[in-house]
Design a protein around this ligand. Structure first.
Ligand SMILES: Nc1ncnc2c1ncn2[C@@H]1O[C@H](COP(=O)(O)OP(=O)(O)O)[C@@H](O)[C@H]1O
Ligand SMILES: [Mg+2]
Length: 610
C-alpha cells in the first residue's frame, strides 16, 4: 500500500478493472475517501483511495529489467512492466536473483543461438539482459569457485514454459561443460536426446498445453574437477497413471499411442493396430489429432531418438509391442456370464483384442482372460478361485493396463540412465527440477491434488529461501520499512499432509477399509475441517471439497480418489506377466518374494510426500 497517501488531483494511478485486471488513469477530483479517475480508455470511474495504486509515469520503452528497481512494487506495476517487455518479445525479467520467464508461444531464435550462449559465458550477473543462460552461468561458476552443488528450480502453472526452459538450461550447461567430441556420443548429447523419448511416453495434450509433461523430473548433471560433464541422471516422479485408461475431451492420452497408430504399414500390421478412434483408451476424447503435430513423423522421430540414446532395435520393438498391447487390453469388453457374479468376453471383437494382447505380451490367452475375470481368495481352507462381475473385470483390466504402462515408463527411464551413465565419483552437480505446474481445471481430481500439493511444497521452499532470507538481510542492514508481505502457506500444507489427521492420512485410512466410499470419505473431511480457513464445502455438492491454495481456489471432485490412491499390483496380473515368454515383458514384472508383497503397498499420495 506504499504511496496511497500521496494520491492527489493529477496523480497517475492504477485501478482494478473486471475485464482488464488493471487500468490506468488520472485523478481529477478527490472527495473524502474517494477518488474520481479518468481512465485512459475514456471512462470516468470512482474508487476508494485505498483501492488505487500510484503509477510510475516514467516508463522506459523496454520496461525495467529488474523488478526490484521498480518505483512501485505492486501488482499492477509488476504486470505492466512484464507486459511492456513482452510486447517487445523480451520474455525474461529479473526480480533480484530470480528470473521470470514468460512463454512467448512462438519460436524466438535469438534466445538460444550459439552466439547468445557465447555472450553469456562468464559474464557478470546483471551485466547483460536478463536471460536463463545468465542464471545457469552463475550456478555453474558458483559450483566451480565454491565447490558447491546447486539446484535450479523451475516453477509455474501448467503450460507456463517450464519444460522448454529446462531444456534451454540443460543446453547451456552442456555448452559450458561439454567435451570435445571423441567418437561416440557425449554425455550431454545423450541427456538432451533423451528428452524426445521421455516426452513421447510421458507427455500428453491437456487443456492448457499440447505437450504437457505428466511426470515430475529432476535432472542431475554431474561434473568432474575441471568442470567437464562426467555423467548425468534423470529421476522422474510418478507418472500420471490414470491417463492411460481415462481421458476427457479435449485432452489426449500419452503421445506414443497416437504415434504408434500412425506408424508405417508394416508396424501397424505387426501390432494389429488400426485407427486410433477404434480404441477405447483413445476414443473417450474427441481429440485424436494435435494441431501442428504429425503423429507419423513423430513416430519416426521417436524411433530415431531411441536409436541415438542407445536403445536397441529389439528393445524398441518390445517397447512398442507393449504399448500396442495396452491399447488392445482397453478393448476387452465384458458382459454377464451364466453364473451370478461372473463375466465373459462380450463378442468376437473382444476376443480378437484378447488374442492380440496375449500375442503381443507373449502370454497365454486363457490365462490373460482368467486373470481379469477370476480372482483368487485366501481362506482358512486354502486358496479358492471365484469369478467376478463385468464391472470388476473392467476395473481389473484397467488396473493391468495402467500397471503395464507405468512399468514400461520406469523401464525407459532406467534404460536412458544406463546409457547416459552416472559418475559415481562426481565432485559436484547441478540439478534442474521441472515439476508439474499448478493445475486448476473445471473438474479436478486426485491427480490435481497431488500436483498442487507438490507446488505448495515448492512454494514454501521458495518463501523460505527468498522472502525470509531477504527479510533477514533487511534486518541486518536495519532497513525496517520494507517488510515484504508474503502469504505463508504452512496451513495448507498442514491441511494436506499432517499425520495423523491431514487429507492424505484420512484418504489412506479410507483406502484400508473396503466399505469406505468417496461419500463417507468426503463426510469425514467436512466434519474434520469445518473450521479450517483453507478448506470449504461447495454448497451443492456432497462429495466435492475446495482448498484455498497459494495460487488460488481449487475444487476437487472426490469420486475416484479412493481407486486412484490404491496402488497395488494384483497377484494374478504379476504372475501372468512374469511368465511371459518375452524376457522384456517378464522383466517388467519380476517375481517378488511372498513376504515383501505386503510392505510394497504404499499409496500414491504418500509417495508424493517424499
Ligand atoms: N521459450 C519458449 N520458446 C518458444 N515456445 C515456448 C517456450 N516456452 C514454452 N513454449 C511453448 O509453450 C508450450 C508449453 O510449454 P512447456 O514448457 O511444455 O510448459 P510447462 O512445462 O510449464 O507445462 C510449448 O510446447 C511451446 O509451444
Ligand atoms: Mg512441462
Amino acid at each position: 500500500q506504499a504511496g496511497t497517501l500521496n494520491i492527489v488531483v493529477g496523480s497517475h494511478v492504477w485501478l482494478e478493472d473486471k475485464d482488464l485486471a488493471w487500468i490506468d488513469g488520472e485523478v481529477f477530483r478527490i472527495e473524502g475517501q474517494n477518488a474520481h479517475v479518468r481512465t485512459t480508455n475514456g471512462k470516468t470511474v470512482t474508487a476508494s483511495i485505498s483501492n488505487i495504486h500510484p503509477k510510475d509515469t516514467e516508463v522506459l520503452s523496454d520496461g525495467i529489467d529488474d523488478m526490484t528497481r521498480l518505483s512501485y512494487l505492486h501488482e499492477p506495476g509488476v504486470l505492466d512492466n512484464l507486459a511492456v517487455r513482452y510486447a517487445k518479445n523480451i520474455i525474461y525479467t529479473y526480480t533480484g536473483n530470480i528470473l521470470i520467464a514468460i512463454n512467448p508461444f512462438q519460436s524466438l531464435p535469438h534466445i538460444a543461438e550459439p552466439s547468445t550462449m557465447e555472450k553469456y559465458r562468464g559474464a557478470n550477473f546483471g551485466e547483460l539482459d536478463p536471460h536463463v543462460f545468465a542464471l545457469a552461468d552463475v550456478s555453474y561458476r558458483q559450483m566451480m569457485n565454491e565447490g558447491k552443488s546447486n539446484s535450479i528450480l523451475v516453477s509455474g502453472e501448467s503450460g507456463a514454459g517450464k519444460t522448454e526452459t529446462t531444456k534451454l538450461l540443460m543446453r547451456y550447461l552442456a555448452f559450458l561443460g561439454g567435451r570435445s567430441k571423441t567418437g561416440g556420443r557425449t554425455v550431454e548429447q545423450q541427456v538432451l536426446e533423451s528428452n524426445p523419448v521421455l516426452e513421447a511416453f510421458g507427455n500428453a495434450k491437456t487443456v492448457r498445453n499440447n505437450n504437457s509433461s505428466r511426470f515430475g523430473k529432476f535432472v542431475e548433471i554431474q561434473f568432474d574437477q575441471s568442470g567437464k560433464i562426467s555423467g548425468a541422471a534423470i529421476r522422474t516422479y510418478l507418472l500420471e497413471r490414470s491417463r492411460v485408461c481415462q481421458i476427457n475431451s479435449p485432452e489426449r492420452n500419452y503421445h506414443c499411442f497416437y504415434f504408434l497408430c500412425s506408424a508405417p504399414p508394416e508396424d501397424i500390421k505387426r501390432y494389429k493396430l488400426g485407427d486410433p478412434s477404434s480404441f477405447h483408451y483413445l476414443n473417450q476424447s474427441s481429440c485424436i489429432k494435435v494441431d501442428g503435430m504429425s503423429d507419423a513423423e513423430e513416430y519416426l522421430a521417436t524411433r530415431s531418438a531411441m536409436n541415438t540414446v542407445g536403445i536397441t532395435e529389439q528393445e524398441q520393438e518390445a517397447t512398442f509391442r507393449v504399448v500396442a498391447a495396452v491399447l488392445h487390453l482397453g478393448n476387452l469388453n465384458f458382459v454377464k456370464g451364466r453364473d451370478a457374479d461372473s463375466s465373459v468376453l462380450k463378442d468376437e471383437k473382444a476376443k480378437f483384442h484378447l488374442n492380440a494382447a496375449a500375442e503381443l505380451l507373449m502370454c497365454d490367452r486363457e490365462k490373460l482372460e482368467n486373470a481379469l475375470i477370476k480372482r483368487k481368495i485366501n481362506t482358512p481352507e486354502g486358496v479358492i478361485t471365484t469369478t467376478v462381475d463385468p464391472n470388476s473385470a473392467t476395473v481389473s483390466r484397467d488396473g493391468l493396463a495402467k500397471q503395464i504402462y507405468c512399468r514400461l515408463f520406469d523401464w525407459l527411464v532406467n534404460r536412458l540412465n544406463a546409457s547416459i551413465g552416472q559418475d559415481a565419483h562426481s565432485a559436484r552437480l547441478i540439478g534442474v527440477l521441472d515439476i508439474y505446474g499448478f493445475e486448476s481445471f473445471k473438474t479436478n481430481s486426485f491427480e490435481q491434488l497431488c500436483i498442487n500439493f507438490t507446488n505448495e511444497k515448492l512454494q514454501q521452499h521458495f518463501n523460505q529461501n527468498v522472502f525470509k532470507m531477504e527479510q533477514e538481510e533487511y534486518n541486518r542492514e536495519q532497513i525496517d520499512w520494507s517488510y515484504i508481505e508474503f502469504v505463508d502457506n504452512q496451513d495448507v500444507l498442514d491441511l494436506i499432509e499432517r499425520k495423523p489427521g491431514g487429507i492424505i492420512a484420512l484418504l489412506d485410512e479410507a483406502c484400508m477399509f473396503p466399505k469406505c466410499t468417496h461419500e463417507s470419505f468426503s463426510q469425514k473431511l467436512y466434519e474434520k475441517f469445518k473450521n479450517n480457513k483453507r478448506f470449504s464445502k461447495p454448497k451443492l455438492s456432497r462429495t466435492a471439497f475446495t482448498i484455498q491454495h497459494y495460487a488460488g481456489e481449487v475444487t476437487y471432485q472426490s469420486d475416484h480418489f479412493l481407486d486412484k490412491n490404491r496402488d497395488y499390483v494384483v497377484g494374478e496380473h504379476e504372475e501372468l506377466l512374469n511368465a511371459s515368454k518375452c524376457s522384456f515383458v517378464s522383466g517388467l514384472f519380476p517375481s517378488v518374494p511372498e513376504e515383501n508383497t505386503k510392505s510394497s503397498k504404499s499409496s500414491i499420495a504418500n509417495r508424493f510426500k517424499v
